[in-house]
Write a protein that binds this ligand. Structure first.
Ligand code: HEM
Ligand SMILES: [Cu+2]
Length: 555
């Protein structure tokens, strides 16, 4: 039975030593310095926070299914969307991508581990307590933070309860802690990719996923101090009576916006680039073609490091920014379309006239790219300042960024989890359930987030719990879609858990993919490779017999 799976191998072929087959669960709860264990720790932790933040979104959507504010009281509604956004960003998107990169990058460059294994473990172990601390703020007498994930002053500096222990304080402290963890990860990734590449693995032989991680983590090093710095200033305003951002005491709330967005625009590329990297691995593997224009894609990727630092004030078109500056930022923003366009073109050209294999990872990658087109086009629209002034603070913006964060990045994460799952666990998941998961997600995501575009154009404001009855129709569709999206996660969990416990054994290279991680056993040994590999060919070398003959999957 187990060997009937198209990508599996018979049990007899792959059964290792008894100690190997008894997965040691306890190491996942220990202070392990193995990047593979840490990668899984990150992914499982982040996914748990994803479920919590998703639950908060379900309550938000339940409130919005009717025009009246009739389910939760307004302060609690504010806390719900603030914590939903904050947890999704800082405890789902960022740590899940760090976890994936932790697992994949050392294998993909032929290294034994990350450059600083202890630092890696410390960076991870900051996250669970920081996340629990943040979420525990719901139980404070004055409740969790309510000022949105931007936490703009002067709103965030108001403290009606008068308690020193309030939601804003918890918010700021956890952002500082999570920032420290992110910096530890960034130093480690850059050092690993620069120093630990296997012999022959030159920069232009790196898989695009590794390029995107390098770029994203360089951005963290350069831009993240602005956020941690602004959070420390905010902490001082909240606790020791400074007035950096207090407008009534000569503070400057707009300074907060500049510092916040100087990091928080680049951060969207810290999330999006690894997602593009995932597409760039999976699309060639499942169309069995080399990635079109590899070098241009690599250069387009690294070009985001400077470009992304020149566009932050497009979030401040409506913040009293001088006219000439708004025009400068409008043009710099639209520049982003060039490297992004190169990538979309490369994926399209790779798929063009190739024979597609539509297994679950490819479905998610394909669906993610299609929905990214909506995200990208609405992004270019928002970059046009006159248009942005029109839809600023409406659901159009919410629709745009959810097409990025859910329909592109979360889809890419699912694609990646299915793609690398056989490597991580040594088991195959069920394709049937994977496809059900895909279709529920694809349909649910579009039903949830597409209605937000017309709603925004009609003028429905974001961050409100009640609205004019003329908006009711689209909101009902969006809420029902949201509940479907909630349900869509169940087949995923069931599939992954049951595959890990009792799935068919996976071959070394079940997808016949290029990439060093597929040359070692599934799961890999403690030090990743029996012998450090020597690289003598370009990445994405599809078209050679060894990547097309199924019987070679285990060699
Ligand atoms: C489970 C699917 C999801 C649903 C149904 C959903 C729904 C919503 C809704 C209704 C809002 C309130 C919009 C407003 O009032 O401005 C919101 C805000 C937000 N969501 Fe989601 N969302 C989902 C997933 C995600 C994901 C994966 C992310 C990843 C980063 C995310 C990030 C955000 C952010 C940053 C905000 C803004 C919060 C704020 O206004 O400060 N969401 N979401
Ligand atoms: Cu931006």
């Amino acid at each position: 039975m187990t060997n009937s799976h198209p990508h599996g191998v018979s049990v007899a072929e792959s059964e290792g030593s008894p100690s190997e087959s008894q997965t040691n669960w306890r190491r996942y709860f220990s202070f392990s310095t193995d990047h593979k264990v840490i990668g899984v720790q990150y992914l499982v932790t982040a996914f748990t926070f994803f479920l919590i933040a998703g639950l908060l979104a379900m309550i938000v959507r339940a409130e919005l299914i009717t025009p009246a504010s009739d389910l939760v009281d307004r302060p609690f509604y504010n806390a719900l969307f603030t914590m939903h956004g904050t947890v999704m960003i800082f405890l789902w998107i960022i740590p899940s991508l760090v976890g994936l990169a932790n697992y994949v990058v050392p294998l993909a460059i032929g290294a034994k581990d990350m450059a600083f294994p202890k630092l890696n473990a410390i960076g991870f172990w900051i996250i669970p307590p920081a996340g629990i601390f943040l979420i525990s703020s719901f139980f404070l007498p004055s409740g969790a933070a309510q000022a949105g994930w931007w936490n703009y002053p002067p709103l965030s500096l108001q403290n009606p309860s008068g308690n020193l222990l309030n939601g804003e304080l918890f918010w700021v402290l956890s952002i500082i802690l999570l920032g420290i963890s992110s910096i530890m990860a960034a130093v480690n990734f850059v050092a690993t990719i620069v120093w630990l590449r296997a012999p022959g693995m030159s920069y232009f032989r790196l898989p695009i996923f590794v390029w995107t991680v390098l770029t994203a983590q360089l951005m963290q090093l350069i831009y993240l101090p602005a956020l941690t710095g602004v959070a420390i200033m905010m902490l001082a305003d909240l606790t020791i009576g400074t007035h950096f951002f207090q407008p009534f005491d000569q503070g400057d709330p707009v300074l907060y916006q500049h510092l916040f967005w100087f990091y928080s625009h680049p951060t969207v590329y810290v999330w999006a680039l690894p997602a593009f990297g995932i597409f760039s691995e999976i699309i060639p593997a499942f169309s069995r073609e080399p990635l079109f224009g590899y070098r241009s894609v690599a250069i387009a990727t690294i070009s985001f490091v400077p470009i992304t630092g020149m566009v932050w004030a497009h979030h401040m078109f409506a913040s009293g920014t001088p006219q000439w500056l708004r025009i400068v930022f409008m043009f710099s923003t639209e520049l982003v379309a060039i490297p992004t366009g190169i990538k979309v073109f490369a994926w399209t050209a790779t798929i063009w006239r190739s024979k597609l294999h539509l297994e679950t990872p490819m479905l998610f990658a394909f669906g993610g790219v299609v929905m990214f087109l909506f995200a990208g086009i609405t992004g270019v629209m928002l970059g046009a300042m006159p248009f942005d002034l029109h839809v600023n603070n409406t659901y159009f913006v919410v629709g745009h960024f959810h097409y990025i964060v859910y329909n592109t990045i979360t889809m890419a994460l699912f694609a990646a989890i299915y793609y690398w799952f056989p490597k991580v666990s040594g088991r195959m998941y069920s394709e049937g359930w994977g496809k059900i998961h895909f279709w529920l997600t694809f349909i649910g995501a579009n039903l949830t987030f597409f209605p937000m575009f017309p709603l925004g154009l009609l003028g429905m404001l974001r961050r409100v719990s009640s609205y004019d009855p003329e908006y009711a129709g689209w909101n009902i569709i969006s809420s029902l879609g949201g509940f479907l999206l909630g349900v869509s996660i169940l087949p995923f969990i069931a599939n992954i858990v049951s595959a890990w416990l009792q799935g068919a054994k996976a071959a070394k290279n079940p997808w016949l993919a290029t990439g060093l991680e597929w040359t070692t056993t599934s799961p890999p040994p403690v030090e990743n490779f029996e012998e450090i590999p020597i690289v003598d060919s370009p990445p994405y070398d599809y078209g050679k017999a060894k990547y097309s003959d199924r019987s070679l999957a285990n060699q």
